[in-house]
Design a protein around this ligand. Structure first.
Ligand SMILES: Nc1ncnc2c1ncn2[C@@H]1O[C@H](COP(=O)(O)OP(=O)(O)OP(=O)(O)O)[C@@H](O)[C@H]1O
Length: 298
Protein backbone atom coordinates (compact mmCIF):
# COMPACT_ATOMS: atom_id res chain seq x y z
CA UNK A 1 0.00 0.00 0.00
CA UNK A 2 1.43 3.38 -0.95
CA UNK A 3 1.31 5.15 2.36
CA UNK A 4 1.16 8.82 1.49
CA UNK A 5 -1.35 8.72 -1.34
CA UNK A 6 -4.71 10.00 -0.15
CA UNK A 7 -7.02 7.59 -1.94
CA UNK A 8 -10.51 8.82 -2.54
CA UNK A 9 -13.12 6.30 -3.65
CA UNK A 10 -13.09 6.29 -7.45
CA UNK A 11 -16.28 6.51 -9.46
CA UNK A 12 -15.54 3.21 -11.23
CA UNK A 13 -14.96 1.31 -8.02
CA UNK A 14 -18.17 -0.36 -7.00
CA UNK A 15 -16.61 -3.19 -5.09
CA UNK A 16 -18.01 -4.13 -1.74
CA UNK A 17 -17.14 -6.44 1.10
CA UNK A 18 -19.19 -9.64 1.15
CA UNK A 19 -19.05 -12.71 3.33
CA UNK A 20 -17.00 -14.38 0.64
CA UNK A 21 -14.40 -11.64 0.46
CA UNK A 22 -13.99 -8.50 -1.56
CA UNK A 23 -15.86 -8.71 -4.86
CA UNK A 24 -17.06 -6.31 -7.51
CA UNK A 25 -20.81 -5.93 -7.81
CA UNK A 26 -20.85 -8.38 -10.72
CA UNK A 27 -19.18 -10.87 -8.30
CA UNK A 28 -15.82 -10.86 -10.09
CA UNK A 29 -12.66 -10.51 -8.03
CA UNK A 30 -11.77 -6.84 -7.83
CA UNK A 31 -8.67 -5.08 -9.10
CA UNK A 32 -5.98 -3.56 -6.90
CA UNK A 33 -7.29 0.00 -6.83
CA UNK A 34 -10.86 -1.06 -6.07
CA UNK A 35 -9.59 -3.49 -3.45
CA UNK A 36 -8.05 -0.57 -1.54
CA UNK A 37 -11.28 1.39 -1.73
CA UNK A 38 -13.45 -1.56 -0.62
CA UNK A 39 -11.01 -2.40 2.18
CA UNK A 40 -11.00 1.15 3.52
CA UNK A 41 -14.75 1.58 3.23
CA UNK A 42 -15.37 -1.74 4.98
CA UNK A 43 -13.29 -0.52 7.91
CA UNK A 44 -15.23 2.76 7.87
CA UNK A 45 -18.55 0.92 8.11
CA UNK A 46 -17.29 -1.24 10.98
CA UNK A 47 -16.20 1.94 12.81
CA UNK A 48 -19.51 3.71 12.18
CA UNK A 49 -21.84 0.73 12.76
CA UNK A 50 -20.16 -0.18 16.02
CA UNK A 51 -19.77 3.47 17.13
CA UNK A 52 -16.11 2.80 17.91
CA UNK A 53 -15.10 6.46 18.29
CA UNK A 54 -16.60 9.79 19.29
CA UNK A 55 -15.56 13.18 17.86
CA UNK A 56 -12.83 14.81 19.94
CA UNK A 57 -11.46 11.54 21.30
CA UNK A 58 -7.72 10.96 21.60
CA UNK A 59 -6.69 7.63 20.07
CA UNK A 60 -3.29 5.93 20.28
CA UNK A 61 -2.33 3.53 17.51
CA UNK A 62 -0.06 0.74 18.76
CA UNK A 63 2.69 1.04 16.14
CA UNK A 64 5.22 -1.79 15.97
CA UNK A 65 6.55 -0.88 12.52
CA UNK A 66 5.16 -4.20 11.20
CA UNK A 67 2.73 -4.52 8.32
CA UNK A 68 -0.52 -4.70 10.29
CA UNK A 69 -0.02 -1.64 12.47
CA UNK A 70 1.47 0.30 9.56
CA UNK A 71 -1.71 -0.36 7.55
CA UNK A 72 -3.77 0.50 10.64
CA UNK A 73 -1.96 3.86 11.04
CA UNK A 74 -2.48 4.66 7.37
CA UNK A 75 -6.16 3.67 7.31
CA UNK A 76 -6.98 5.47 10.57
CA UNK A 77 -5.38 8.72 9.47
CA UNK A 78 -6.94 8.47 6.01
CA UNK A 79 -10.49 7.73 7.26
CA UNK A 80 -10.21 10.36 9.99
CA UNK A 81 -9.51 12.91 7.29
CA UNK A 82 -11.89 11.56 4.64
CA UNK A 83 -14.89 11.15 6.93
CA UNK A 84 -14.15 13.94 9.44
CA UNK A 85 -14.16 11.72 12.51
CA UNK A 86 -12.59 14.56 14.49
CA UNK A 87 -10.11 12.25 16.27
CA UNK A 88 -6.72 13.21 17.70
CA UNK A 89 -4.46 10.37 16.57
CA UNK A 90 -1.08 9.39 18.04
CA UNK A 91 1.44 6.67 17.29
CA UNK A 92 2.55 4.71 20.35
CA UNK A 93 5.56 2.39 20.09
CA UNK A 94 7.08 0.08 22.64
CA UNK A 95 10.83 -0.38 22.37
CA UNK A 96 11.52 -3.77 23.93
CA UNK A 97 15.26 -3.36 23.51
CA UNK A 98 15.85 -6.14 20.99
CA UNK A 99 18.93 -5.23 18.99
CA UNK A 100 18.61 -5.78 15.26
CA UNK A 101 14.84 -6.19 15.44
CA UNK A 102 12.87 -3.46 17.17
CA UNK A 103 15.46 -0.77 16.50
CA UNK A 104 14.95 -1.44 12.77
CA UNK A 105 11.16 -1.44 12.93
CA UNK A 106 11.16 1.76 15.01
CA UNK A 107 12.78 3.42 12.02
CA UNK A 108 9.65 2.49 10.03
CA UNK A 109 7.46 4.03 12.74
CA UNK A 110 9.54 7.23 12.63
CA UNK A 111 8.93 7.38 8.88
CA UNK A 112 5.18 6.88 9.50
CA UNK A 113 5.27 9.78 11.96
CA UNK A 114 6.41 12.06 9.16
CA UNK A 115 4.32 10.52 6.36
CA UNK A 116 1.01 10.65 8.24
CA UNK A 117 1.79 13.69 10.39
CA UNK A 118 0.96 11.77 13.59
CA UNK A 119 2.85 12.56 16.83
CA UNK A 120 4.91 9.58 18.02
CA UNK A 121 5.54 8.47 21.61
CA UNK A 122 8.09 5.72 22.27
CA UNK A 123 8.15 3.96 25.66
CA UNK A 124 10.96 1.52 26.41
CA UNK A 125 11.27 -1.55 28.61
CA UNK A 126 14.54 -0.12 29.91
CA UNK A 127 12.82 3.05 31.17
CA UNK A 128 9.69 1.31 32.46
CA UNK A 129 11.19 -1.85 33.96
CA UNK A 130 14.95 -1.27 34.10
CA UNK A 131 15.58 -4.20 31.74
CA UNK A 132 15.86 -4.56 27.97
CA UNK A 133 14.73 -7.80 26.32
CA UNK A 134 18.36 -8.42 25.35
CA UNK A 135 19.28 -8.32 29.06
CA UNK A 136 16.33 -10.54 30.01
CA UNK A 137 17.29 -13.12 27.38
CA UNK A 138 20.83 -13.13 28.72
CA UNK A 139 19.46 -14.03 32.12
CA UNK A 140 16.68 -16.47 31.25
CA UNK A 141 17.74 -17.87 27.89
CA UNK A 142 15.64 -18.24 24.77
CA UNK A 143 13.03 -20.64 26.09
CA UNK A 144 10.72 -18.56 28.29
CA UNK A 145 11.55 -15.06 27.22
CA UNK A 146 8.30 -14.67 25.20
CA UNK A 147 6.37 -14.57 28.46
CA UNK A 148 8.33 -11.51 29.62
CA UNK A 149 8.07 -9.86 26.23
CA UNK A 150 4.28 -10.33 25.92
CA UNK A 151 3.40 -9.40 29.49
CA UNK A 152 5.66 -6.33 29.57
CA UNK A 153 4.45 -5.15 26.15
CA UNK A 154 0.80 -5.39 27.15
CA UNK A 155 1.45 -3.23 30.20
CA UNK A 156 3.83 -0.88 28.37
CA UNK A 157 1.03 -0.08 25.92
CA UNK A 158 -1.27 0.75 28.88
CA UNK A 159 1.40 2.94 30.39
CA UNK A 160 2.12 4.72 27.12
CA UNK A 161 -1.61 5.27 26.61
CA UNK A 162 -1.84 6.82 30.08
CA UNK A 163 1.13 9.11 29.33
CA UNK A 164 -0.54 10.26 26.13
CA UNK A 165 -3.84 10.68 28.01
CA UNK A 166 -5.70 8.89 25.25
CA UNK A 167 -9.26 7.59 25.47
CA UNK A 168 -8.63 4.45 23.41
CA UNK A 169 -5.85 2.30 22.03
CA UNK A 170 -6.14 0.74 18.56
CA UNK A 171 -3.95 -2.25 17.70
CA UNK A 172 -3.35 -4.08 14.44
CA UNK A 173 -4.44 -7.49 15.70
CA UNK A 174 -5.87 -9.32 12.72
CA UNK A 175 -8.32 -12.18 12.24
CA UNK A 176 -5.54 -14.80 12.47
CA UNK A 177 -4.48 -13.39 15.86
CA UNK A 178 -8.05 -13.53 17.19
CA UNK A 179 -8.68 -17.06 15.87
CA UNK A 180 -5.42 -18.15 17.51
CA UNK A 181 -6.51 -16.63 20.82
CA UNK A 182 -9.87 -18.46 20.64
CA UNK A 183 -8.12 -21.80 20.03
CA UNK A 184 -5.48 -21.16 22.69
CA UNK A 185 -8.10 -20.32 25.29
CA UNK A 186 -9.78 -23.66 24.60
CA UNK A 187 -6.48 -25.55 24.69
CA UNK A 188 -5.43 -23.74 27.87
CA UNK A 189 -8.64 -24.78 29.58
CA UNK A 190 -7.95 -28.38 28.64
CA UNK A 191 -4.17 -28.49 28.88
CA UNK A 192 -1.89 -25.80 30.30
CA UNK A 193 -0.91 -22.20 29.68
CA UNK A 194 1.36 -21.71 26.70
CA UNK A 195 0.77 -25.28 25.55
CA UNK A 196 0.26 -25.64 21.81
CA UNK A 197 0.94 -21.98 20.94
CA UNK A 198 2.98 -22.94 17.91
CA UNK A 199 0.53 -25.68 17.05
CA UNK A 200 -2.46 -23.32 17.15
CA UNK A 201 -0.86 -20.91 14.68
CA UNK A 202 0.17 -23.66 12.28
CA UNK A 203 -3.22 -25.34 12.55
CA UNK A 204 -4.98 -22.07 11.68
CA UNK A 205 -2.71 -21.57 8.67
CA UNK A 206 -3.45 -25.14 7.48
CA UNK A 207 -7.20 -24.60 7.86
CA UNK A 208 -6.95 -21.29 6.00
CA UNK A 209 -5.24 -22.97 3.06
CA UNK A 210 -8.10 -25.46 2.74
CA UNK A 211 -10.89 -23.00 3.46
CA UNK A 212 -10.15 -19.29 4.07
CA UNK A 213 -13.46 -18.69 5.83
CA UNK A 214 -12.41 -21.12 8.59
CA UNK A 215 -10.66 -18.21 10.34
CA UNK A 216 -13.89 -16.19 10.55
CA UNK A 217 -15.81 -19.29 11.64
CA UNK A 218 -13.42 -19.85 14.57
CA UNK A 219 -13.83 -16.20 15.60
CA UNK A 220 -17.63 -16.54 15.39
CA UNK A 221 -17.49 -19.65 17.57
CA UNK A 222 -15.41 -17.71 20.11
CA UNK A 223 -17.98 -14.89 20.12
CA UNK A 224 -20.77 -17.40 20.67
CA UNK A 225 -19.22 -18.92 23.79
CA UNK A 226 -21.33 -18.41 26.85
CA UNK A 227 -19.79 -18.32 30.30
CA UNK A 228 -21.69 -20.37 32.86
CA UNK A 229 -23.52 -18.10 35.27
CA UNK A 230 -21.94 -20.07 38.12
CA UNK A 231 -18.40 -19.22 36.96
CA UNK A 232 -16.69 -16.66 39.15
CA UNK A 233 -15.19 -14.06 36.85
CA UNK A 234 -12.00 -12.18 37.78
CA UNK A 235 -12.66 -8.65 38.95
CA UNK A 236 -10.70 -5.88 37.35
CA UNK A 237 -8.69 -3.91 39.87
CA UNK A 238 -5.27 -2.36 40.18
CA UNK A 239 -1.91 -3.85 41.08
CA UNK A 240 -0.90 -2.96 44.63
CA UNK A 241 2.66 -2.56 43.48
CA UNK A 242 2.58 -0.54 40.26
CA UNK A 243 -1.03 0.69 40.19
CA UNK A 244 -1.74 -0.63 36.70
CA UNK A 245 -4.61 -2.88 35.73
CA UNK A 246 -4.71 -6.31 37.41
CA UNK A 247 -7.27 -8.78 38.64
CA UNK A 248 -4.85 -9.87 41.37
CA UNK A 249 -2.93 -8.26 44.18
CA UNK A 250 0.16 -8.01 42.00
CA UNK A 251 -0.01 -7.82 38.23
CA UNK A 252 1.86 -10.39 36.16
CA UNK A 253 4.43 -7.78 35.07
CA UNK A 254 5.33 -7.08 38.73
CA UNK A 255 5.54 -10.82 39.47
CA UNK A 256 7.94 -11.32 36.57
CA UNK A 257 9.93 -8.21 37.40
CA UNK A 258 10.29 -9.29 41.01
CA UNK A 259 11.74 -12.60 39.86
CA UNK A 260 14.16 -10.84 37.52
CA UNK A 261 15.34 -8.38 40.16
CA UNK A 262 15.93 -11.17 42.64
CA UNK A 263 17.97 -13.10 40.11
CA UNK A 264 15.27 -15.82 40.00
CA UNK A 265 13.62 -15.08 36.66
CA UNK A 266 11.76 -18.38 36.39
CA UNK A 267 9.71 -17.73 39.53
CA UNK A 268 6.91 -15.88 37.81
CA UNK A 269 6.67 -18.10 34.76
CA UNK A 270 4.06 -20.71 34.10
CA UNK A 271 0.66 -21.39 35.49
CA UNK A 272 0.09 -19.24 38.55
CA UNK A 273 -3.45 -20.39 39.05
CA UNK A 274 -4.12 -22.76 41.92
CA UNK A 275 -1.89 -20.97 44.39
CA UNK A 276 -2.71 -23.50 47.04
CA UNK A 277 -0.83 -26.33 45.36
CA UNK A 278 2.44 -26.29 47.26
CA UNK A 279 4.27 -28.50 44.76
CA UNK A 280 3.42 -26.18 41.89
CA UNK A 281 4.11 -22.77 43.34
CA UNK A 282 7.37 -20.96 43.79
CA UNK A 283 7.58 -18.92 47.03
CA UNK A 284 7.24 -15.54 45.47
CA UNK A 285 3.99 -16.49 43.80
CA UNK A 286 2.62 -17.94 47.01
CA UNK A 287 3.62 -14.85 48.98
CA UNK A 288 1.82 -12.42 46.78
CA UNK A 289 -1.05 -14.75 45.92
CA UNK A 290 -0.62 -14.00 42.29
CA UNK A 291 -2.75 -15.33 39.49
CA UNK A 292 -2.53 -14.35 35.82
CA UNK A 293 -3.75 -10.86 34.91
CA UNK A 294 -5.44 -12.32 31.87
CA UNK A 295 -4.42 -13.28 28.40
CA UNK A 296 -1.47 -11.13 27.42
CA UNK A 297 -0.66 -12.37 24.05
CA UNK A 298 0.80 -9.56 22.10
N1 LIG B 1 6.41 -2.92 20.01
C1 LIG B 1 5.16 -2.53 19.80
N2 LIG B 1 4.82 -1.23 19.93
C2 LIG B 1 3.54 -0.83 19.74
N3 LIG B 1 2.54 -1.65 19.41
C3 LIG B 1 2.82 -2.95 19.26
C4 LIG B 1 4.14 -3.47 19.44
N4 LIG B 1 4.11 -4.80 19.22
C5 LIG B 1 2.84 -5.10 18.91
N5 LIG B 1 2.05 -4.00 18.92
C6 LIG B 1 0.62 -3.89 18.60
O1 LIG B 1 0.01 -5.19 18.69
C7 LIG B 1 -0.45 -5.61 17.40
C8 LIG B 1 -0.24 -7.11 17.22
O2 LIG B 1 1.13 -7.39 17.37
P1 LIG B 1 1.82 -8.73 16.86
O3 LIG B 1 3.11 -8.82 17.57
O4 LIG B 1 0.83 -9.83 16.93
O5 LIG B 1 2.26 -8.39 15.41
P2 LIG B 1 1.63 -8.52 13.98
O6 LIG B 1 0.29 -9.20 13.97
O7 LIG B 1 2.72 -9.02 13.12
O8 LIG B 1 1.40 -6.95 13.73
P3 LIG B 1 2.42 -5.95 13.06
O9 LIG B 1 2.51 -6.42 11.63
O10 LIG B 1 1.75 -4.61 13.22
O11 LIG B 1 3.72 -6.07 13.81
C9 LIG B 1 0.35 -4.78 16.40
O12 LIG B 1 -0.31 -4.64 15.17
C10 LIG B 1 0.46 -3.45 17.14
O13 LIG B 1 -0.71 -2.67 17.03
Amino acid sequence: MEPTAARRPKAGCVASATNEGLLSNDLKPINKECFYVAFEEEIHSVIVNNKLFKPGERIAIGASGGKDSTVLAYVMSELNRRHNYGLDLFLLSVDEGITGYRDDSLETVKRNEIQYGLPLKVVSYKDLYGWTMDEIVKMIGLKNNCTFCGVFRRQALDRGAALLKVDKLATGHNADDIAETVLLNILRGIYSPNAYRGFAREFIKDLERIRPRAILDIIKSGEDFRIATTTKMPEQGTCQRCGYISSQKWCKACVLLDGLNRGLPKLGIGRTRGVNRKDEQPNVVKNIQSKPCGSLDF
